[in-house]
Design a protein around this ligand. Structure first.
Ligand code: AMP
Length: 245
């Protein structure tokens, strides 16, 4: 399998190959065709698996092939919304959008808390095709009445488990309440607690499940062992274990 076989627009494949990627990763090979076909997706994948490109590439393809609606302020309607738990991840995802979309005419921006809101207000009013955001700041912008999410066609919850761990569930639910019901939704999570499954059940319609790491387990190369030992013997025990391996 190579990137040319995935039916992505040539402008996207060109940008990907420029990154030096030779073959799609497991999650990309599975998720890209599924998203292009319009399926909702439940993706079990950790950082490092290539999950960002797995949703960004088909998202760019679909948006570049579609019409651009207007938002209620007369600006560009937001057609894809990506929610991430942290500002660092939000910035990384938006950078990937820029990198893989460099030969397309799509616009994107990122909004997160901890920085001034005014520049973000003017950008979201003017509108972008793709918005990457952390839930808290997104909600602030919504409550200020400067953000129109009525044109969203693709919604991505990235690292949903971390988002819930950080206490964003209520913010996420408020955002879900204002995006159109009829949309494609993708949920990525490294672990699957009951809370994540509940969220997936309310958001996703007949989702395809793609799992690239075993459920709720650590990386297989790591073996976990417990040796109860007094503080005084800790060093000797560690030395012994290292010697044995
Ligand atoms: P992610 O899991 O999305 O955080 O991606 C992890 C890293 O893998 C990033 O640095 C990407 O640039 C890189 N990457 C993504 N897809 C591929 C690919 N198909 N081949 C090689 N590297 C990739």
């Amino acid at each position: 399998m190579n990137f040319e076989e995935l039916n992505l627009a040539p402008a996207i494949v060109k940008a990907v190959l420029e990154q030096g990627y030779e073959t799609p990763t497991a999650i990309q090979a599975q998720a890209i065709p599924a998203v292009l076909e319009g399926h909702d997706l439940l993706g079990g994948a950790q950082t490092g698996t290539g999950k960002t490109a797995a949703f960004v590439l088909p998202m760019l393809h679909k948006l570049s092939a579609g019409e651009a609606p207007k938002n209620k302020f007369g600006g560009v309607g937001i057609r894809a919304l990506v929610l991430t738990p942290t500002r660092e991840l939000a910035a990384q995802v938006e950078e990937s959008v820029q990198t893989y979309g460099k030969y397309l005419e799509l616009s994107s921006t990122v909004v997160f808390g901890g920085v001034g809101m005014n520049p973000q207000i003017s950008r979201v009013k003017k509108g972008v095709d793709i918005l990457v955001a952390t839930p808290g700041r997104l909600l602030d912008l919504l409550q200020q009445g400067v953000l129109d999410l009525g044109q969203v066609q693709i919604l991505v919850l990235d690292e949903a488990d971390r988002m819930l761990d950080m206490g964003f569930i209520h913010d996420v639910k408020k955002v879900l309440a204002v995006v159109p019901k009829d949309k494609q939704s993708l949920l990525f999570s490294a672990t699957f607690s009951d809370e994540i499954r509940d969220l997936a059940a309310t958001l996703l319609k007949n989702p395809l499940s793609i799992q690239v790491t075993p459920r709720n387990t650590t990386v297989q190369r790591i073996t976990q062992v417990i040796h109860p030992v007094g503080r005084g013997k800790k060093k000797a025990l560690l030395a012994h274990i290292i010697q044995e391996h």
